[in-house]
Design a protein around this ligand. Structure first.
Ligand SMILES: [Zn+2]
Ligand SMILES: [Zn+2]
Length: 787
């Protein structure tokens, strides 16, 4: 049925034939019918083989790839608007009666036939534009048989497509010299302008090219090209398609003489996008070309000075903190730097994470109720499961606030906090945040995970820090403009913990500012963190502001270490060069405090833990509303002393009325030792009444289960979770309240029945119990979790 309708419409197109030749017309129609059934025609007529086109957020060209036939041809969705001048020129030159014939022009075929007979070879095809579409879509050798086939295909094309569609198919696929196909690429490459801006002279130049693209082009036989163009301009004027004035202006126009290559911006980014979205030809990306160019320039400048120190590669990624859109993507110092593998995409390369993951551990520690920014963490010689972390300074503070530990990137407190949180928990966080590089399981990484024991990428780090700057909402970065994200962002950190962590990272001293603090005092705040990997192979600097998230990596793709490499010195200045350049809005100067997600906690001024009955001074500090219960300060302890205050006494040795109480800040012995070594003058802790023979804490509190230094096996349940262990102790006066701690973390309190189910980690665990009087017993147990 459709065939019949199509044939009827074809008959209409044939109506220009004089009536008296209707017999011929009928004959043609019959032939057509045979052709219709027998002639193959692809749908779509042209294979979908086009150049991948990468556009920036303002639709500026970043890069145009060759198609599979190594041609430069824009996909139809870009070539949809053909300027009228070009249509007029092409019709005039190629097929003046295009809108009047049925796909074949018998007159021109007859003329061509006669001419070829006289010449003894094929010099003219008498082809219509429709026949050329048939030929271009499936090029064959120029024989009479193929000509006949094309003729039938032309009828079929005419019956299936409108004249405008056929014309458009031709102009968007015609050869314009070299490997240039289609008018759009030709306009950009010969005239460096979009087609709608073409002048009459330029349109005419393009129009004569498809006729003999191999012999004549702006760079080959240009004199013939000029003659052909002028011939066409004359014809356009003679037929009044253009005015005399237009003609005079056009004929004076110079004819194109060169090919301007396509732009080549953000090559690594373009490769990444093309590979990721390989089924699309046109990529409307999020990249901001002006920002990309400026970051490129900063990278180029920095790479020159780094090269003199034997450091040859650097990569930078800039994303919009709010939307997650990638704005600038510099994969290496120079895509064409063959000596130093410039084509490698450093944004996606796996490198040791150094200290760059620490902020996320501390943010988690806040949410878990382990510490707030001012909470003191232990910084003492530590060995856990055979792993002994060291600070870069090779020294210890004894105790240090979490804030200071993060600012100075101390390794010991970070390792201890990771041990408290659990490697599994932190590993799960990183996986949920989208880490692409964790190919081992959590156990295989162990505690070194927080000190650069795992790989990461610039891409992943940018995504993580953006999550921190986005109220703890984590989602993947986007390279496509206005892309609807198919996955919901995940709330992996609370807004409060994110905000508190960002405030700490703001305090990091900027490179060079120690001496010029007054010059920099008005600068824009930035939360940032550096990292230097083991063996000085990688230098990182990552920063996040309400507007931008920026990650910088400096090093050698070869993996060679360099003693000049450091996150603060090598990558930091580049981070600030980029950040200082980026356009900013005053109203987005700093993150707004998530008031509704915060609460005030009364904390101990000395230890930063929850204020207890014996703490000397209390301070209100902000904490996330959803934070887990925090430990009550257990370093301030109540002491029962004799009247002189020189000895502690207990209920077994005191004389009624002769006891006074006092509260003291008493850190564990290992901490006191480090503090003393650092020159701190510590108040003496009064010893127990010497008159009380055989005094021992254990006589007050003692472990029932597990016993000290025991080893226990726990079966792992479904979903990787494992069971709690019911721990039990005895207290001489059961009514006392006992506070329990596992690995520095408050685990709960008991009264009367001192039994508590507790979670332990694989490996060594420290179990501490402290009663109301501040008496403390501790033990270590080794836990093996059965697979
Ligand atoms: Zn306290
Ligand atoms: Zn006593």
């Amino acid at each position: 049925m459709t065939i019949l309708i199509n044939l009827l419409s074809l008959l209409k197109k044939l109506s220009f034939l004089p009536l008296k030749r209707y017999v011929i017309g009928f004959g043609i129609l019959l032939l057509l019918w045979v052709g219709y059934v027998a002639i193959p025609l692809n749908d779509p007529i042209f294979d979908r083989d086009y150049s991948h086109v990468i556009l920036d957020k303002n639709n500026d060209l970043l890069r145009v790839y060759l198609n599979q036939k190594e041609q430069r041809i824009f996909p139809p969705e870009i070539q949809h608007q053909i300027p009228q001048r070009l249509i007029d020129s092409i019709l005039m030159f190629e097929d003046r009666y295009f809108f009047n014939h049925p796909g074949v022009n018998p007159v021109s075929i007859w003329n061509a036939w006669r001419r070829n007979l006289t010449e003894g070879r094929i010099v003219s095809g008498g082809s219509t534009i429709t026949m050329q579409v048939a030929r271009l879509s499936h090029p064959k050798s120029r024989t009479y048989l193929n000509k006949l086939l094309e003729l039938f295909q032309s009828f079929k094309i005419e019956s299936l497509y409108t004249k405008d569609e056929i014309l458009s198919l031709y102009i968007t696929h015609a050869p314009f010299g070299g490997n240039i196909q289609g008018f759009y690429a030709a306009s950009l490459l010969y005239f460096s302008k979009p087609p709608l801006d073409l002048t009459w002279g330029e349109a005419a130049t393009l129009a004569v090219l498809p006729n003999a693209p191999r012999q004549v082009s702006p760079i080959r036989n240009r004199d013939i090209l000029i003659k052909k163009r002028n011939f066409l301009l004359n014809k356009l004027r003679d037929t009044s398609v253009m005015t005399q004035d237009e003609y005079e202006a056009a004929i004076k126009e110079p004819v194109a003489s060169k090919v301007t290559p396509f732009p080549f911006f953000a090559p690594h980014f373009s490769d990444f996008v093309r590979k990721k979205y390989s089924s699309d030809f046109v990529h409307y990306t999020s990249l901001d070309k002006p920002i990309q160019m400026s970051v490129n320039a900063i990278v180029k400048r920095a790479s020159r000075s780094l090269a003199t120190k034997g450091i040859h590669n650097l990569s930078v990624l800039v994303a919009d903190t709010q939307s997650g859109d990638v704005l600038a993507y510099v994969g290496s110092q120079d895509y064409f730097d063959r000596h130093h593998s410039g084509a490698v995409d450093g944004v996606q390369a796996w490198r040791s994470s150094g200290s760059t993951l620490k902020p996320f551990l501390y943010a988690l520690a806040i949410d878990e109720g382990i510490a707030l920014p001012d909470t003191k963490l232990l910084d003492i010689p530590t060995t856990i499961n055979g792993f002994t972390p060291a600070n870069a300074s090779q020294s210890f503070y004894g105790v240090v606030s979490m804030k200071q530990a993060l600012i100075e990137s101390l390794n010991v407190p970070a390792t201890r906090v990771l041990n408290t949180i659990g490697v599994d928990r932190f590993y799960l966080f990183l996986k949920s945040a989208g880490a692409t590089t964790l190919f081992r399981d959590a156990e295989a990484y162990g505690l070194p995970l927080i000190l650069g024991g795992s790989e990461t990428t610039i891409w992943d780090l940018t995504s993580f820090y953006r999550g921190l700057g986005n109220n703890g909402l984590f989602s993947s970065l986007s390279v496509i403009k206005n892309k609807e994200d198919d996955t919901l962002p995940k709330q992996l950190l609370s807004p409060g913990a994110s905000y508190l962590t960002l405030n700490i990272l703001k305090e990091l001293v900027r490179p060079g500012t120690e001496y010029f603090w007054d010059i920099y005092s008005n600068q824009w705040p930035l939360a940032w963190k550096t990292g230097t990997s083991y063996g000085q192979r990688d230098a990182w600097a990552v920063g996040v502001s309400p507007q931008y998230t920026i990650a910088v990596w400096v090093g050698n793709f070869s993996g060679a270490g360099n003693s000049n490499l450091s996150g603060a010195r090598s990558a930091g200045p580049i981070l600030f060069d980029v950040f200082n350049y980026l356009p900013k809005f005053l109203y987005k100067r700093w993150f707004s405090e998530p008031d509704s997600h915060m609460k005030l906690l009364s904390t101990c001024s000395d230890t930063g833990l929850l204020a207890g009955a014996y703490c000397h001074q209390k301070e209100s500090r902000w904490a996330p509303l959803s934070m887990n219960a925090m430990a009550v300060c257990f370093y301030h302890q109540r002491l029962h002393l004799d009247q002189s205050g020189t000895h502690q006494v207990c209920s077994k040795c005191w004389t009624f009325g002769d006891v006074k109480t006092d509260s003291r800040l008493i850190y564990p012995p290992q901490v006191r030792k480090v503090l003393a070594e650092n020159g701190a003058i510590l108040p003496q802790i009064p010893g127990h009444n010497p008159a009380h023979k055989g005094y021992h804490f254990d006589s007050v509190m003692s472990w029932i289960y597990p016993k000290a230094n025991s080893k226990i096996w726990i079966p792992r349940g479904v979903k990787g979770t494992y069971q709690r262990v019911a721990c039990k102790l005895a207290h001489i006066s059961p009514q006392s309240i006992v506070f329990w701690y596992v690995n520095d973390r408050f685990a709960g309190q008991t009264q009367t029945y001192h039994e508590l189910p507790l979670f332990f980690q694989q490996g060594l665990n420290e179990l501490v119990a402290i009663d109301e009087e501040g008496r403390r017993i501790r033990q270590t147990i080794t836990v093996a979790i059965k697979k």
